[in-house]
Design a protein around this ligand. Structure first.
Ligand SMILES: Cc1cc2nc3c(=O)[nH]c(=O)nc-3n(C[C@H](O)[C@H](O)[C@H](O)COP(=O)(O)OP(=O)(O)OC[C@H]3O[C@@H](n4cnc5c(N)ncnc54)[C@H](O)[C@@H]3O)c2cc1C
Length: 291
């Protein structure tokens, strides 16, 4: 590992000033579960690592906003999210996604913000954040701005975060009405490997089904079925599968991946899609709690 300087600023302004001064030579550290690996293998060779954990304005809290939305602090860990009662009931897919990230040890350190900023196409929380229309709040030299999660990831490792900016919170709007949600994934080895397919689904009472999936191309994708076919309890599996085939037309898994072949990933995407629609619809029918 190449030597680097380490700073642990106490204020957001100081962190932003360091990012401005060092530019691409600075890297932010939250839980470190992605960053340390990149530092060790030499993918990242920063001159400065800025530890976010000493910043007074950042925290790991999940706050309920007026109207029922949630604000998740930049230092909130996967364990906090998976165990949070409000997230478990109003954003079940996100709680389920956080609960399968890595191992217990990883989840105790890994942050939601780090998962989102790392911008891996296989990031497990991204599909549920897309389905839930999350918004990312960032701060930088020009102040604060908010970015819809669908406009966040450009491609693997690249986000729309501008130079000098850092993420301070992820917000979830209140669900618009009754719905069932679920996260499913396929992985070779739980706790030690990223997903070959990761997928979230929500089925709403008005028949609109939202599906988002990752590990199937350079960035996670959101698709929406407004025809009602997927949510229709009377629809056959064949008609649902035909609808999924149309919706998943943008899936383009890499043939160079060591994890799984494109054919396998595509087959699993459709299978998980079908399964997810069934589970989400069943949760809706059973009256999944709405906050
Ligand atoms: C053994 C193992 C298993 C794993 N399994 C999974 C898995 O199943 N699913 C999955 O999705 N991921 C998995 N991961 C990846 C990793 O744990 C997650 O991506 C984690 O959420 C990253 O969070 P972190 O706090 O550790 O981020 P860090 O490693 O601290 O940071 C990750 C990246 O985000 C940047 N960053 C962090 N916080 C901010 C911020 N506030 N603003 C701007 N940039 C920021 C950092 O500079 C860095 O580039 C695994 C990792 C390991 C080592």
């Amino acid at each position: 590992m190449r030597a680097f300087a380490y700073e642990r600023p106490a204020r957001l302004d100081d962190a932003v000033a360091l990012l401005v001064r060092y530019g691409a030579d600075a890297r932010l550290l939250a839980g470190g579960t992605d960053l340390i690996i990149r530092l060790r293998d030499g993918t990242f060779r920063p001159r400065l690592v800025v530890d976010l954990k000493g910043i007074a304005e950042l925290d790991g809290e999940v706050r309920v906003l007026d109207g029922g939305g949630l604000r998740i602090g930049a230092l909130a860990t996967m364990t906090t999210i998976a165990d949070h009662p409000w997230i478990q009931s109003a954003h079940q897919a996100l709680a389920e996604a956080a609960a399968v990230v890595g191992s217990v040890q990883i989840r105790n350190r890994a942050t939601l913000a780090g998962n989102v900023c790392n911008a891996s196409p296989a990031a497990d929380t991204m599909p549920s954040l897309l389905v839930d229309e999350a918004v990312v709040e960032v701060v930088g030299p020009s102040g604060r701005r908010r970015i819809a999660i669908n406009d966040w990831v450009v491609r693997s490792g690249v986000t729309t975060l501008a130079p000098g900016e850092l993420l301070i919170a992820v917000e979830l709007p209140p669900p618009p009405g009754p719905r069932g949600t679920v996260h499913l994934r396929r992985t070779r080895r739980r706790g030690h490997d990223l997903a070959s397919v990761t997928l979230a689904c929500s089925v709403a009472a008005d028949g609109v089904t939202r599906l988002a999936y990752g590990s199937m191309g350079p960035r996670p994708l959101l698709v929406i079925d407004e025809t009602g076919v997927l949510a229709d309890p009377a629809a056959s599996d064949q008609s649902r599968m035909e609808r999924l085939q149309a919706l998943f037309a943008g899936a383009a898994p890499s043939p160079r991946s060591m994890r799984a072949s494109p054919d396998y990933r595509l087959a699993m995407l459709h299978l998980l899609g079908l399964r997810a629609v069934r589970i989400a619809a069943e949760r809706l029918r059973q009256g999944a709690p709405v906050r």
